[in-house]
Design a protein around this ligand. Structure first.
Ligand SMILES: C[S@@+](CC[C@H](N)C(=O)[O-])C[C@H]1O[C@@H](n2cnc3c(N)ncnc32)[C@H](O)[C@@H]1O
Length: 252
């Protein structure tokens, strides 16, 4: 288990510097952002600016920085130093970094009261004029994109996410769908080490989210990403359509 995690971490550390130059990474995040806006009611009813958001597996911040202007705050967590360096480089490049409503910390989220998450949320609260002592901090919305398939235990992560939410808070997590063996080529062979599962399965994930105690549980096909896959098992290199699910639930 730990070696899977080490492999994933090494891969993301190595890929971080060029992550944003991959057009498919950017396209998939753009589509995830549009899906979040379509499915999370606060973006439709004009209340998104009240949202404190947690992003799991924030990477270089492609999604966090799209969301940031629309919400109150975002804490991103990731386990790759390389990814976090890229994220923090973007904060440093802002006109007024000291006023940013985003922060990122190196955390493998296992508990809602994680000291790094709490510290980052308190710092953002102080920055916007709060006391910084409103602990324990909890979130209105949790997002993640292309991260669930790297997380070893689905029941454990959903239990933690549930604890990280305020009452009424929601999850909106996007990842590619495991529609069978056809989903395996999503990752080229040399990137499969550290991948826990080849996408997420609709019914299985709904059962887990429901079993965690969430209400309004749904996993819906939200968009499709067309991308090139390598030649493998006698099949030529080709383009394939990969459906993505958005996993939704609310803590009552
Ligand atoms: C495929 S990348 C996606 C990054 C970003 N969400 C994007 O779409 O550009 C998956 C990210 O999840 C992070 N990750 C994997 N397992 C994690 C975990 N248990 N906790 C936090 N981050 C994790 C990796 O380091 C990596 O940055």
């Amino acid at each position: 288990m730990a070696s899977q995690r080490d492999a994933a971490k090494a891969r993301f550390d190595a890929d971080a510097a060029d992550w944003d130059t991959n057009k498919k990474h950017v396209e998939s995040v753009d589509k995830a952002f549009e899906a979040i806006k379509r499915y999370v009611p606060a973006f439709g009813d004009g209340s998104a600016k009240n949202l404190d958001v947690l992003e799991i597996g924030c990477g270089t911040g492609l999604l966090s920085f799209q969301l940031a202007p629309h919400v109150r705050s975002i804490v991103g967590v990731d386990t790759s130093e390389g990814m976090l360096d890229a994220f923090n480089g973007k904060i440093a490049g802002l006109l007024s970094p000291e006023k940013a409503n985003v922060a990122a910390v190196n955390v493998l989220v296992q508990e809602a009261d994680d000291v790094h998450v709490q510290g980052a949320a308190a710092a953002l609260d102080t920055r916007r004029g709060g006391s910084g002592h409103d602990t324990p901090y909890r979130f209105d919305l949790i997002v993640s994109h292309l991260t669930l398939h790297h997380i070893p235990s689905m029941p454990a992560i959903f239990a933690t996410l549930f604890q990280c939410l305020k009452p009424g808070g929601r999850i909106a997590l996007t990842d590619y769908e495991d529609f069978g063996p056809g989903a395996i080529p999503f990752h080229p062979k040399d990137k499969r080490e550290g991948v826990e599962r080849h996408g997420i399965q609709k019914e299985a994930i709904e059962t887990i989210i429901d079993g965690t105690g969430f209400n309004e549980v749904r996993a819906e096909r939200a968009f499709v990403l067309r991308k090139e896959v390598q030649a493998e098992d006698g099949k030529p290199a080709r383009e394939m359509d990969f459906p993505f699910l958005i996993c939704l639930g609310q803590r009552s």
